[in-house]
Ligand binder design. Sequence first.
Ligand code: HDE
Length: 756
Amino acid sequence: ANPLKRVAHKVTESLQGDGGGPAEGIPGRPATESPSVAEPTEPRDPLPPKPDQSGPDTVSPTGQPTGADQARMAQSGSYLTTAQGARLYDTDHSLKAGPRGPVLLQDHHLREKVMHFDHERIPERVVHARGAAAHGVFQSYGTAASVTKAAFLAEDVETPVFVRFSTVVGSRGSADTVRDTRGFATKFYTSEGVFDLVGNNIPVFFIQDAIKFPDIIHAVKPQPDREIPQAQSAHDTFWDFVSLHTEATHHTLWHISDRGIPRSFRMMEGFGVHTFRLVNAEGGTTLVKFHWKPRLGVHSLVWEEAQLINGVDPDFHRRDLADAIESGAHPQWELGIQTFPDTPDQTFEGIDLLDPTNIVPEELAPVQPVGLLTLNRNPSNFFAETEQVAFHVGHLVPGIDITDDPLLAGRLFSYLDTQITRLGGPNFAQIPINRPHAPVNDMLRDGMHQTAVHRGVAPYRPNSLDGGCPFTAGADTGAYIEAPVRVAEATKVRQAPESFADHFSQPRRFWLSMSPVEREHIIGAYTFELSKCYEQAIKERALQVLANIDTELCEAVAAGLGLPAPKPTVPLADVEPSPALSQVGRTWPADGRIIGIVTGEDGDVDGVRAVREAVLNAGMVPLVVAPTGGTLGSGDGALSVQRTYATARSVEFDAVLLAGTPGVGSDAYTARDAKSAPSPAQGRTTDPRVNLLVSEAFRHGKAIGVWAGGEAALGAAGVPTDAPGVVVAESGTAALSRVTELLGAHRVWERFNTQV
Ligand code: HDE
């Protein structure tokens, strides 16, 4: 076990702790920096960034200041100043004519302070407004070198990256665990310029042509009259559109499946969606689809859990990502490519590669790993980095080119255009997070928020006055040269190709690839969403779409809605399942999983201490839950409590351990907490909050381990001791080792009402 990891985990706990344990100062900073109760008055320089915010240095070869250097430029010296650097002696009182007199217009500090505050917000992204991001590094294996000359994909090249995950629909302040597609956008600061891979966690899209993007987004966003519902697809306008516009069927099915409610950003796949074209050193081209494969596997929440988390901890995914990085459990993904010959028809095994509603099953074209992404540093400032980062599918490097996918074409326009409104002008490439780490010598000049001081007199070509500089490069000096692809001779039309017309066989393949428990979740999710629609005609039309995917699916949802199941209007496609699409049935590492250790007043403190250590040693995060805050036990061996019965909810934990007899005989539950008194169970009183925690964990398919009398808490919650995934052990560590094995499958799938 790595001792550093343990120290770091303690940091995580002190950040999350609400148990009132001993103050440990500012997490991650030296103890000498810990704030005393009184405000410090001795002038000193700004505090350094926390350790998790200053990972490996990513200084740009051009000497552009990055990270801490950049912070020093914005914040230096010990004294408070105006934006112009004049030191201030008071920032709490406006300048007035006498203490009770009118405020004077001449107060330049007041005016500057309030003026700046008034403009602190910028427009949120029109889609993907809510996100969280991290810095990291991409280590290339060199396995793609035969198909692309991109320098960052050559053997053993390390490239700094910044990755932003997002939801699509909700506003910037919406909750994390809503049912939605997730964005997975990666900025590679390569030696040949920035490459952005702006993908999603779903490999297909709602529409085949960018011109429909405003339509789908208008349909899914809150309805325009009352601006409800926030961050949800369960409403009439969304289902109105997707039931009429059947090319959305495949994406909608993924969105309704467990992929729409990921357990963590760290446990999501990512996809470039479109087919791209790679170009190698000899000029040879290959069509590819990009995939990100998470080291921790692909895992999801269950719907009830997702809904509860939105209230209990709306920042669940954001917190999970930041905490994991802070604690040293750096999330990792392998970048992989599926490759296809660049034939004139751009199809593979009959699948049109230009249609972004199609996948190519991995069984037909295996995903070949080409490098490893590790996220190892949290942003130091959300606004400067996560909010101001500007991704663009047109940020390409030599060796990576586009195809004629009509969805990609529109994106090539949109991502630049949107930054003008969002970031206030055309110079957003100069914002620190967006700066390339390659030398930049453009002839772009002036404009809003210009921060460069360009030299020379000739920002034009050809010129002699600046000695002819800048010069254009050639293929041998690293120029980006478009692949000389033939463009078909054709007539201008507003029309989709015939090969884009099949909207149901790919969704059917997805459905047939699901395990029974995943199908049950899909049926539940369609029933939930359509039940939220008011218009009968929309529900009926949505059922018609389902009938064209699968009869069992349609009948089950129709039964839930209390409507007749329609017959298919197209023959059901004869497709082979793709086992790679299912999330169930494999075993994954349990790293970074959160284990709730629930104990009572008479809890087994030594047992809790031992199991807590064992959780840390296994690379997981223990959170101790007790009736009240403070510590368990006293003296050197005292254990901090991170959650109390009042603040803990089962949804925070991946598995639960019950130490001793938590909640049984508890006095912590008083009339203040609820109207009813504790209920008797097994001859003793029991705390309903612990009952709820245990029964929810059970219902959501989580492993539960008990020892030292914990069976009583199971009994009180109505959980049978011999149920699947319930472990009764001699000691906490024995319970933990069995629970860790169960976590490998993510959930105890046998608990759901289907055969796995
Ligand atoms: Fe986007 N998309 N998109 N999108 N998209 C934006 O760009 C757009 C599409 C994706 O973390 C916007 O800077 C159009 C597919 C991600 O900053 C905007 C179309 C995929 C992010 C935009 C699509 C995506 C965005 C809003 C249809 C997966 C967040 C703010 C042609 C492959 C990036 C911004 C971040 C953001 C337009 C379709 C992924 C308006 C017109 C397909 C991950 O430019």
